[in-house]
Design a protein around this ligand. Structure first.
Ligand SMILES: [Zn+2]
Length: 635
């Protein structure tokens, strides 16, 4: 719309009445800290919050990139909007009358604004019409559905303003346009009627449906959801997008839930209208419903404004569709979640029930209990990754490993990352606790290289934990040793039997999953296979397995040719390296257990760990001697 010059009074009023915390919260997740609010700066990349909003001064400032100013400046910068445009927007948002310098223009602006007011009025009238119809004989079936099928109390029906859209093509049209004299274009713009394709005139969008009004945060009706009472498709029909209603920015029942969310410092998102309604009826009043679409980032930010510790629980259906919706929502929120800006949990109710079904036989306290123990989103995702997989199968293991690495790589906080590394290591060890340290290192090596460089481009210092760096270096050597051994096998047919025998004799396994997969495929082919490499290529393609991680082994460069020239020595050294690495893992594992054990409390265990540690050390001494020449020369 054409924006006229604004009167200085209006600009001043907007400055005084617009709430900077409220406005900025639409775009930045803010946490209260002392008198201020802080969050991650939207104007520069950062991982710890240096963006601060001062509600007393109504100013924001970023200590990282030094931007700052008023709420008007914020919206201009953030949304790249014009000054006047922003002021008009804020004036509308805070119901500030707009004065312009030229009276005619003011009139035009007032006309546009009053149009919005009229849309609200039309929607409110429609809601009353539907509520009235529900209580007439024509609404009997709908009422029975609510009272019997949904088992809702009369007060709940009242509280959520539920109604009934009568059968017939123009009952609402006649009421709004002919009896109440609302302009037909406005009724159409409110999303309630549509022009007929032929013959002129209009017809009602909602017919013979149970009507659920959708409110904005202030509790004004902005749209409807209509549920069919017959077998008509779709089961749920929503109002179209209008000037007042944007699906991706609206949450059902937020007006009723916002106080509960603040009080409990947690928000619950369910899938269906009736899930939310059932929860509220039972007194779980911090629940909202997404509107049949995937939960959007904007919807999440809207919710997070009301909870200080940013706790969000997604309770979607446990069926395939619900799981997909959950995955989608996680994808949408992942950037926030990885940065720790939202504390996201996933709740799947027992026996695949939705909230509405669950509450038929359970109390609110039961539900609250489930909320309290719902897994964090990453735990849930990891569980999803391993469910229906047989980790004893090399391909499954390999694929799960890769997916886990992808998940964990994105965790910014190193404590959280380390926690998940051990969590996954335990799962990947399949109950064999001796394997845990190995799996931990497996994950560390695969996660570390790209992760550390990727997420902290401006990190000048190397990793702060020298132990971890050393660990990674050693892992690097082990990976090289394994790779070398595989290369020798692939390119040096006369050494193949030696490699097999030695691995067997020393009871060694490849510890990197991509090496292990390759080895398993090799084992499927005869020893004297002439086209070993091209056969392997085809096998990988058939398996649809990641070839990149092993492809370099299929080719020889000058260095590897030199290595292969002195193969017998290299084989011995590579094997020794592998064995040493495993031995060192085991011994540090036992050392940790031994240190953690109190000899007074658990003398048996204490003695066992000490002996195991000693045995490992002895074995290692022997292995060090077996290394034919220094590792530095080999690699
Ligand atoms: Zn900044």
């Amino acid at each position: 719309m054409l924006i006229p010059r604004l009167h200085p009074d209006t600009i001043e009023d907007v400055r005084l009445r617009a709430d900077i915390v409220d406005v900025i919260s639409d775009h930045v997740v803010l946490r209260k800290r002392g008198k201020d609010f802080v969050g991650l700066c939207p104007f520069h990349e950062e991982r710890s919050p240096s963006f601060s909003v001062n509600p007393t001064k109504q100013m924001y400032h970023c200590f990282g990139c030094d931007t700052g100013g008023t709420v008007i400046k914020f919206l201009m910068e953030f949304e790249k909007r014009q000054f006047t445009d922003v002021v008009v927007y804020l004036a509308q948002r805070y119901q500030i009358p707009i004065k312009t310098l030229e009276p005619e223009q003011r009139q035009e602006l007032q006309r546009q604004l009053s149009r919005r007011e009229q849309l609200y009025e039309i929607l409110a009238s429609a809601a009353q019409f539907y509520q009235h119809a529900l209580r007439q004989s024509l609404g009997k079936q709908a009422m029975t559905y609510l009272l019997s099928d949904r088992q809702l109390a009369v007060e709940t029906i009242q509280r959520f303003g539920l109604g009934y859209a009568p059968i017939g093509w123009e009952t609402l049209y006649r009421y709004l346009v002919e009896s109440k004299n609302y302009p037909v274009q406005l009724v159409e713009q409110a999303g309630l009627i549509k022009p007929r394709k032929e013959g002129g005139g209009y017809y009602d969008v909602f017919r013979d449906r149970l009507m659920i009004p959708i409110m904005d945060v202030q509790g004004r009706v902005i749209a409807f959801g209509g549920r069919t009472l017959t077998n008509e498709q779709p089961k749920y029909l929503n109002s179209p997008e209008t000037e007042l209603f944007h699906k991706g920015k609206t949450l059902f029942a937020l007006d009723q839930a916002k106080d509960g969310i603040t009080k409990l410092d947690q928000a619950v998102v369910v899938e269906g209208y009736f899930d939310a309604i059932a929860l509220h009826e039972k007194g779980v009043n911090h629940a909202v419903a997404s509107l049949g679409t995937a939960l959007s980032l904007e919807q999440v930010k809207l919710l997070l404004r009301y909870t200080n510790s940013k706790q969000l629980v997604l309770n979607f259906d446990a069926d395939r569709a619900g799981t997909n919706a959950t995955e989608k929502a996680i994808g949408e929120i992942a950037t926030l979640a990885y940065k720790g800006e939202v504390n996201l949990k996933i709740l799947n109710l027992p026996n695949g029930k939705d909230a509405d079904e669950y509450l038929r036989n359970h109390t609110a306290a039961d539900y609250q209990q489930l909320l309290a123990t719902a897994p964090l989103w990453l735990n849930w995702q990891i569980q999803q990754l391993v469910s229906d997989r047989d980790l004893r199968q090399a391909t499954d293991f390999q694929q799960v490993m890769q997916q886990i690495v992808k998940l964990l790589q994105k965790i910014a906080n190193s404590d959280t990352r380390n926690y998940y590394i051990s969590y996954c290591a335990e799962i990947l060890s399949l109950g064999d606790t001796r394997l845990i340290p190995l799996r931990v290192e497996n994950l560390l090596t695969q996660i570390a290289p790209s992760n550390i460089r990727h997420l902290t481009p401006r990190l000048s210092k190397p990793q702060s934990d020298p132990k971890l760096t050393l660990l990674n270096q050693e892992r690097g050597l082990l990976e090289l040793a394994e790779a070398l051994l595989l290369k020798i096998y692939l390119h040096c047919a006369e050494q193949r039997q030696v490699v097999i025998d030695e691995l067997d004799k020393r009871d060694l396994e490849f510890s990197f999953s991509h090496h292990r997969l390759l080895w398993q495929q090799i084992a499927l082919l005869p020893l004297e296979e002439d086209n070993l490499i091209s056969s392997l290529h085809n096998m990988y393609l058939e398996l649809d397995a990641e070839l990149d991680s092993v492809a370099h082994l299929f080719h020889l460069n000058e260095k590897s040719i030199k290595d292969i020239m002195r193969t017998p020595l290299v084989v011995q050294t590579a094997l020794a390296c592998m064995e040493i690495s495993l031995g060192e893992n085991r011994s540090s594992h036992f050392a940790t257990l031994w240190e953690k054990t109190d000899p007074a409390l658990e003398p048996e265990k204490f003695k066992y760990y000490a002996e195991a540690l000693y045995a490992e050390k002895l074995k290692l001494q022997e292995l060090y001697k077996q290394r034919q020449f220094p590792l530095s020369e080999l690699f």
